[in-house]
Structure formats: structure tokens, C-alpha cells
Design a protein around this ligand. Structure first.
Ligand code: PRP
Ligand code: MN
Ligand code: MG
Length: 181
């Protein structure tokens, strides 16, 4: 079971759901007459996007993109590769980019630049978590669920080796989970 691998909970399921409801209301107010294109960044954003859009009772369209960083962590090229592109034309659209976390900021920097290049009418960012200490490039979200310290968090979309994404809350793994890997 997943539970037994978690050392501590950062944000409980209830805290997350309450925050998502507030964010959904705020964002809906801004976009109610704009038919936004809500873009989820695979795979981490899926649980958050799924809850967020159901807290937004407005007309919208949804699409997804999958991107991956080039190279390893020691290379700070900031290059990003598109694994799956949008199937929607971006020109003239109001885009809401949905992420689970902003860390270095590279993924979103690349995506915002790309969508502006494709002539989006506007691009805004909503992220469940913001890890300001991780920032390498200048990037700020328009809507943030919670801030997290510089720790490796899992759950609610966030993975460790592709595992734990389906945990309904956000927590930190026990050290032995990494040690045994
Ligand atoms: C993670 C996370 C963000 C990105 C944030 O995705 O979901 O998309 O990294 O990091 P950054 O701000 O340093 O760019 P990852 O590339 O691990 O893919 P995943 O969502 O499929 O786990
Ligand atoms: Mn991601
Ligand atoms: Mg990941």
C-alpha cells in the first residue's frame, strides 16, 4: 500500500480540495466570458487539472501537452523536447497552463514562450505547488495552490520514479524508499 511509504503529510486531501475550490472560483471569475483553453502538462498535472476543471463551472476547452527536459540534472541547457503537442490551434486563444509544480521554472518558461510564439491571446499559469527555492529561470505563476520548501514531495500527480502520483495528498517519502532503489 502507498500509505506506509510516506514519512509525513505536507498537505492533506481536505486541504488540497479546499484550496482547489477557491482557485476554481477565482479563475472562473477571470475567464467566464473567454472560453479558455485549459492545458494540462502531462503527466504530473492530471490529478490537479481533473479536480480544478470540475471546480470551474464555465465554458472551456481542455487539451494536453507532454514535454521532457533534455539531458540530466547537471546540464543546465534548459532545453525542452515536445513529446506530445496540443491538438488545438493556439492563435487567439486564452491559455491557462496547469502544472503540479514549478521547480526550476524551465518547463513553464519554454511553454509560455512557445505559446506566445503561436500567438496566444493570453497565457496564464496555475500551479498546485510552487517551490521558489528551486528556481533557475525567472518564472512566476498567476495562481498558486501552496508553496513548498526544497524537499522532494510526492502525490497528487507528483511522482518518484513514476510511482505515487495517485496519492490523494502531498507528502514526503521515508528515506529508506530512496535507499532501497
Ligand atoms: C515535473 C513537474 C513539472 C516540471 C517542473 O515534470 O510535473 O512539469 O517537472 O520542473 P521545472 O520547473 O524544473 O521545469 P516531469 O518533467 O518530471 O514530468 P512528469 O510530470 O511526467 O512527472
Ligand atoms: Mn510535469
Ligand atoms: Mg516527474
Amino acid at each position: 500500500m502507498l500509505e506506509k511509504d510516506i514519512e509525513k503529510t505536507f498537505y492533506s486531501e481536505q486541504q488540497i480540495q479546499e484550496r482547489v475550490a477557491v482557485l476554481g472560483k477565482e479563475i472562473s471569475r477571470e475567464y467566464q466570458d473567454k472560453f479558455p483553453l485549459v492545458v494540462g502538462i502531462l503527466k504530473g498535472a492530471v490529478p490537479f487539472l481533473s479536480d480544478l476543471v470540475r471546480a470551474m463551472p464555465i465554458h472551456m476547452e481542455m487539451d494536453f501537452m507532454d514535454v521532457s527536459s533534455y539531458g540530466n540534472a547537471t546540464v543546465s541547457s534548459g532545453e525542452v523536447r515536445i513529446l506530445k503537442d496540443l491538438s488545438t490551434v493556439v492563435e487567439g486563444r486564452h491559455i491557462i497552463l496547469v502544472e503540479d509544480i514549478i521547480d526550476s521554472g524551465r518547463t513553464l518558461k519554454y511553454l509560455v514562450d512557445l505559446l506566445k510564439h503561436r500567438k496566444a491571446a493570453s497565457v496564464k499559469i496555475v500551479t498546485m505547488l510552487d517551490k521558489p527555492e528551486g528556481r533557475v529561470v525567472d518564472m512566476a505563476a498567476d495562481y498558486v495552490g501552496f508553496e513548498v520548501p526544497n524537499e522532494f514531495v510526492v502525490g497528487y500527480g507528483l511522482d518518484y520514479a513514476e510511482d505515487y502520483r495517485n496519492l490523494p495528498y502531498i507528502g514526503v517519502l521515508k528515506p529508506e524508499i530512496y535507499e532501497n532503489a
